[in-house]
Design a protein around this ligand. Sequence first.
Ligand SMILES: [Ca+2]
Ligand SMILES: [Ca+2]
Ligand SMILES: [Ca+2]
Length: 311
Amino acid sequence: MGKTHMGLTLSLACLACEKEPRPVEPDSGAPSFDAGALPTVECPLMAEATFVVRSFELLPPDEGLDQTGDGKPDNSLGFLHVAANQGWERDIRDGVAIYLWDLTSWTGTSDDDEIGLAFFHGVDADEPANALNNASGQGEFLIAREQLDVNCNPTTRFPEAEVKNGFLLARTPEFPSVYPDFGTVLLHRAHVIAAIKEDGSEIAGRMSAVWTACNLARIKFPGAADDDRSMLDFVVAFGVQPDIDMDSDGLETLVLGGSDGVRACLDGNGKPMDGRSCSCDPRVQDGYSLTFHASLVRARIIGFTQKDEQD
Ligand SMILES: [Ca+2]
Ligand SMILES: [Ca+2]
Ligand SMILES: [Ca+2]
């Protein structure tokens, strides 16, 4: 990254120089600039009605939203709820995990099919950070500029969102989701159904998504010390197989090689694939459903995090 920036800066500098490097003269006709500066996009802060997550829980496996259209809950990773929720509860309480939902073009609880819903990972704006007021309804937060693309749109947003009968409804095919312990996880087929309190001060509801087997295979199992077992190995060892058929060829099956974790896969049509990396073969697209419950209160995004000039 640093090298690319430096190369770009040097080549830009040489557009204005002749054979030997010279200082750029402001009146030479060439635009003057600071040769040490990096190109940036200056986006205005466009947060409107912001809410901060005050609780976030994976639901138990028998509760969840329907992903498959059969009217039954889908939440195959729900068996992890006890272990996962302890971590989230701690991280939210300590201000490590600050999840912000921002509604744009939102006029309240009346029906509106043209609202925007964006997600940010926030940083406490208090100096020093004070997690105690985060969920007070008056919490103030900063976001990193990197969470906006070059068109100044949030990188994580639901392209379809509406308010209907007091509920916030939203869906997106892909949802890059930040988890403090894992980094960014790309979830698929995310949808939100959440009730908005009549005075607009709180939101509470469910978010469902699909976590692909390949993505789980890339994450090291948090409890694994020296071996290379992944989250996928752990999930399959519990007898839990993918339950969402993402490529419409039937459900794929992951086969354990003893205690070594996944060592073979069966495609939806039953065709076998060998090897540890089979869960990331392009023919293996299926994933695991999961449904969260989230409750949120009003908050404000008041600015961007300041980048260290020396970075
Ligand atoms: Ca705070
Ligand atoms: Ca499939
Ligand atoms: Ca397949």
